[in-house]
Design a protein around this ligand. Structure first.
Ligand code: SF4
Length: 114
């Protein structure tokens, strides 16, 4: 995920001076249209595609591994924060020994009072 954000920022940094310089060469009505298309086509669309690929590539890890139910798992980076490693479908950094359930929205004491 960080890679997607990084390259989006790189594309933004490249596009801003290009659009700024092109403003003096193109009439303003066309410049707005070109700028809007360029911003979508160069910045947003590649980011959406990369995000979709990221979700597809990591779908099994995010949905059907022990890590996906562990409180030490960061879904946005597909990372075990305890071991600072990326789990896969066939690789668990802790071999399941450090698994801890995610805390539920209902506190256990509240649950027993009900
Ligand atoms: S502690 Fe173990 S189960 Fe939990 S996210 Fe890390 S590797 Fe996965």
């Amino acid at each position: 995920m960080g890679e997607i954000i990084f390259w989006t920022i790189v594309r933004i940094v490249i596009m801003i001076p290009i659009l700024w310089i092109s403003e003096s060469y193109i009439s303003s009505q066309i410049w707005w249209l070109i700028s809007s298309l360029a911003i979508y086509g160069v910045i947003f669309h590649p980011a959406f595609i990369h995000y979709r690929l990221f979700k597809t590539k990591n779908k099994e890890v995010l949905e059907s591994t022990l890590c996906s139910t562990c409180k030490n798992f960061d879904e946005s980076a597909v990372l075990c924060m305890l071991h600072d490693k990326h789990p896969t479908k066939i690789f668990l950094p802790c071999d399941g020994l450090d698994w801890e359930p995610r805390s539920s929205s209902v506190d256990s004491e509240d649950f027993y009072r009900m």
